[in-house]
Design a binder for this molecule. Sequence first.
Ligand SMILES: CC(C)(COP(=O)(O)OP(=O)(O)OC[C@H]1O[C@@H](n2cnc3c(N)ncnc32)[C@H](O)[C@@H]1OP(=O)(O)O)[C@@H](O)C(=O)NCCC(=O)NCCS
Length: 181
Amino acid sequence: MLNASLPKVDEVYVDAQRALESIADAYSVRRAEHRDILGVVRINRLCLPENYSAGFFEDLLNAYGKAFHVAIHREDGVVGYVMCRVEVKKGFFSEEKLKSLHIVSIAVMPRHRRRKLGYALMAYAMNSGRRDYDCRESYLEVRVSNEPAINLYKKLGYSIITVIPQYYLDGEDAYLMARPI
Ligand SMILES: CC(C)(COP(=O)(O)OP(=O)(O)OC[C@H]1O[C@@H](n2cnc3c(N)ncnc32)[C@H](O)[C@@H]1OP(=O)(O)O)[C@@H](O)C(=O)NCCC(=O)NCCS
């Protein structure tokens, strides 16, 4: 079940920093702030069928803000985000109860994709899940048809744990993917 070539969180983070350096003239990634929320809500509505109220984003920013990151473009402003929740649950890779970083939502605006921003957002979230919240695992749900996202998560060392039948409102199944961090 465990991804055979599991990259260390530190390695992924350094890799992401290097990728961001190469596009630093136009892009940066930083922790989200309250002034970013309207932009984040807009990206969420444009990019995903799973939408949340601004209040939900605010709540997760207040509760787990160190793991909530945004990608900023020099001219377009906020063009991507990753939002997380820290949960205490039985591990996927151990029998013990542990803190797990749940990736609740991630998206990058279409015209800013394939520049490693999704990778960097995930790397920053995983790094702060481990360092700031003492999480030992991270998990997420993804539509079984969402090839770009599944590829991204595999690249980051996530494995498919199980299929959750009809997880989404339109009846599509989800993969539950996870990795130790
Ligand atoms: C998934 C998403 C966040 C990826 O963002 P991104 O910034 O384009 O991703 P990156 O440039 O960091 O890509 C990193 C890796 O992911 C994979 N990947 C990303 N987009 C891909 C695509 N269209 N097709 C295949 N693989 C893809 C590749 O392995 C890529 O590495 P590579 O560029 O070296 O080949 C973006 O496509 C998106 O916002 N999609 C809509 C929202 C969504 O589906 N969110 C996830 C819900 S679970």
